[in-house]
Design a protein around this ligand. Structure first.
Ligand code: NAD
Length: 277
């Protein structure tokens, strides 16, 4: 029997796939050959680092890429090794398809086939639109949105073929509600949401799930630049009256990647302390 496919030209044998994504997770009896591999882009620091480390705790071997900060990446890698997991790390510019293909090929040769991709790489280049140059627009769209396409395009056929795989894309509440001075960032983060919903519909019949996590203000190097005054101004609009921690975003990604979320796909889930209520 074959499952009807929304994907032109792809015909795959049927089988129960959803149960397989997290086969063996958190099971100390699992042998290294049964381990699954997760890719985390932007995994060197901040939210990406917290996700990479949490996924290792959950039982994944981890491939992580980043643009700069090799030292931070080495530290993340060390933490993952400390948890008894294998790690592959290196630079890769997610805005370049060739670079993404090269990195994923090398990661899979080293660790094995990917079962999960978390797109977390992101940048900001804020300015009111009247002052925003085309470079700031292109750079932010290139990393934050093209990057998601490049990674998903590279991994998705393998996921479909193996009838196994999950994707979690990191958007932002700014992509849901908009934020002045961030037209480029909001366009990219809103684009991720539309992209992910469409992809969830395409690949769902193969047991592959795609979800979006939209953080509010999280304490990382990205938000450090905003300074204490901005955080102070924001506080009254955050129901929980504090900024979030990267680990709190990682917990949600961990859940979405697990079988506990086996019936959740195409969703946008906010981790924002109630900033948007
Ligand atoms: P960060 O600046 O601390 O880390 C960003 C990571 O992305 C780094 O590892 C960096 O090397 C990597 N990166 C940047 N450009 C890249 C490229 N072209 N190719 C590959 N890697 C690249 O930022 P963060 O605060 O940890 O943010 C992580 C993600 O979460 C981003 O997508 C960001 O938009 C999103 N987010 C953050 C917040 C927040 O408050 N910090 C809120 C909402 C969404």
């Amino acid at each position: 029997m074959e499952v009807p496919s929304p994907c032109d030209g792809i015909r795959l044998a049927s089988g129960r796939a959803t149960d397989r994504l997290n086969r063996g997770r958190q099971d100390p009896a699992v042998s290294p050959s049964d381990r699954q591999v997760a890719l985390v882009t932007g995994g060197s620091r901040g939210i990406g680092r917290a996700i990479a480390v949490q996924l290792a705790r959950d039982g994944f071997d981890v491939a992580l890429c980043y643009r700069q900060a090799a030292e931070a990446a080495a530290e993340t890698a060390e933490r993952i090794r400390g948890l008894g997991h294998r790690v592959f790390h290196g630079t890769c510019d997610v805005s370049e398809l060739d670079d993404v293909q090269r990195f994923i090929k090398a990661a899979e040769e080293d660790l094995g086939e990917l079962a999960l991709a978390v797109n977390c790489a992101g940048i900001v280049k804020d300015n009111p639109l009247v002052l925003m140059d085309q470079g700031a627009w292109k750079d932010v769209l290139g990393t934050n949105l093209d990057g998601v396409f490049n990674v998903c395009r590279t991994v998705v056929f393998g996921f479909l073929k193996r009838r196994r795989g999950g994707i979690v894309n990191i958007s932002s509440v700014a992509g849901v509600y908009g934020n002045a001075t961030q037209t480029n960032y909001c366009a990219a983060k809103a684009g991720i949401i539309g992209f992910s919903k469409a992809l969830a519909k395409e690949v769902g019949p193969y047991g592959v799930r795609v979800n979006v996590v939209a953080p509010g203000f999280i304490t990382t190097q990205m938000t450090e630049g905003l300074g204490p005054k901005v955080a102070e101004r924001l506080m009254p609009s955050i129901a929980l009256r504090r900024l979030g921690e990267a680990a709190e975003v990682a917990d949600l990604v961990s859940f979405l990647a697990s079988n506990r979320a086996a019936y959740i796909t195409g969703q946008v889930i906010q981790v924002d302390g109630g900033i948007t209520l």
